[in-house]
Unconditional design. Structure first.
Length: 396
């Protein structure tokens, strides 16, 4: 109990002792805090221990282990801030979050899904280590190395069992529909990239290029450059930038993306507590400065994608077409703790170049287009169609 008490106090004190440093936006600031509580801070938690000792002595039921209690205490403390974006993330989801924002990880290259009975189903990517080792679409994963897969495991837990250091091996036991006995494959993990940008020339109008950004990661700026270059070589003369259902990501990536379409100016202003206002300038050398542009947004357009949408509209670079955006005008820094968990802390509010503060109301589109149930059922995309029509009629 004494050891657990020291651990709990150290983690709880992290809420008080981490220092806010300069860094990029959400998910980009990794910091290891080793805060040790002072005697005064420890005394502040005396009531906590008074209450908890009563629970230990009187509670009729099982007492959770130490990490569950500590994590619950941290979450409870954060709830008093009444900020939905200042959150605590446990080690396993934090590892997945890091990999997503880095845009690559050590793995086997297979999609993981749940079947109707909760079974784990694999689908190998084309030319991936999983496919090359013999994994087939529909294979059920029943064991990873020496760990059996159970229905109680979350998908994240299964994914983290499969992932690991590049060039290390993982052994999978698979149940295949047409095989009586399990199939065992040994796979060497390789770097698996997760692109954040997709692009194509539209079939409806071969003059129009389409670029969709799924998430703002460390790779997004480079991927966008490649997309614009590729589309220009294909002969496009105008662009549609699709930010729908993009929940955000790294602030630096949002600045890089905005800079591909803007000659100069400020991408956003950042307002921090007790600090001078900070601004992020357009970076020189954009590759799509002269291309007519339309931007697609919806209720899933949030955070870093709202930064891009707000900047492009303020400079009249292109209209926002679709639905009102989510409305997340705050910047979070991520601080990694000693057990690989992390704190996401709201440290600033941001404003568009015209100093419009994005709050819960989000950004209203210049041209509102709300898909109907019939559109969704048929796979129609009236928002994309409206963007194509806008670009076709722009100079008429």
């Amino acid at each position: 109990m004494r050891t657990f008490r020291r651990i709990a106090l150290a983690l709880l004190a992290a809420l008080l002792l981490f220092s806010l440093g300069a860094g990029a936006g959400y998910g980009a600031h990794w910091y290891l805090t080793k805060g040790i509580p002072t005697s005064e801070e420890a005394d502040q938690f005396s009531v906590y221990w008074e209450a908890w000792h009563i629970v230990e002595d009187k509670f009729y039921g099982d007492i959770p282990d130490g990490s569950v209690l500590v994590y619950g205490a941290i979450r409870g403390a954060l709830e008093t801030l009444q900020d939905p974006y200042t959150i605590f993330v446990e080690p396993q989801p934090r590892a997945l979050e890091k990999a997503e924002l880095e845009g690559q990880f050590g793995g086997i290259g297979a999609y993981v899904a749940r079947g109707p009975e909760g079974e784990v189903i694999l689908t190998p990517m084309v030319d991936s280590p999983a496919e090359q080792a013999g994994v087939q679409e529909g294979d059920e994963l029943i064991q990873v190395d020496d760990t059996p897969i159970t229905p109680q495991m979350t998908t994240d837990e299964v994914v983290l069992l499969i992932r690991g250091e590049v060039d290390t091996q993982v052994k999978l036991a698979l149940q295949r529909a047409d095989a009586a006995d399990p199939i065992v494959v040994i796979i060497t993990r390789k770097v698996i990239e997760t692109p954040s940008v997709e692009w194509r020339v539209l079939e409806q109008d071969h003059n129009t290029g389409y670029i969709r950004i799924r998430l703002f990661t460390e790779r997004t700026g480079r991927e966008l450059e490649h997309a614009i270059q590729d589309l220009r070589e294909a002969g496009i003369t105008q662009l549609i930038l699709d930010l729908r259902d993009n929940g955000g990501g790294l602030l630096d990536a949002a600045v890089d993306v905005s800079s591909q379409f803007l000659h100069e100016g400020v991408v956003l202003y950042e307002d921090r507590r007790d600090q001078p206002e900070k601004f992020y300038s357009v970076k020189k050398g954009g590759l799509a400065l002269d291309l007519p542009l339309a931007v697609l947004v919806n209720g899933g357009t949030a955070s870093a994608s709202e930064i891009v949408a707000g900047a492009l509209r303020d400079y009249e670079r292109g209209p926002l077409i679709g639905e009102r955006t989510f409305g997340k005008g705050s910047v979070q820094l991520v601080y990694d703790l000693s057990d690989q968990s992390s704190l996401h802390v709201t440290v600033a509010r941001w404003l568009t170049p015209n100093r419009h503060r994005i709050g819960e109301e989000g950004l209203a589109p210049d041209v509102e287009v709300i898909p109907s149930e019939t559109d969704r059922a048929s796979g129609a995309d009236p928002q994309l169609e409206q963007a194509i029509a806008y670009l076709q009629n722009k100079d008429q």
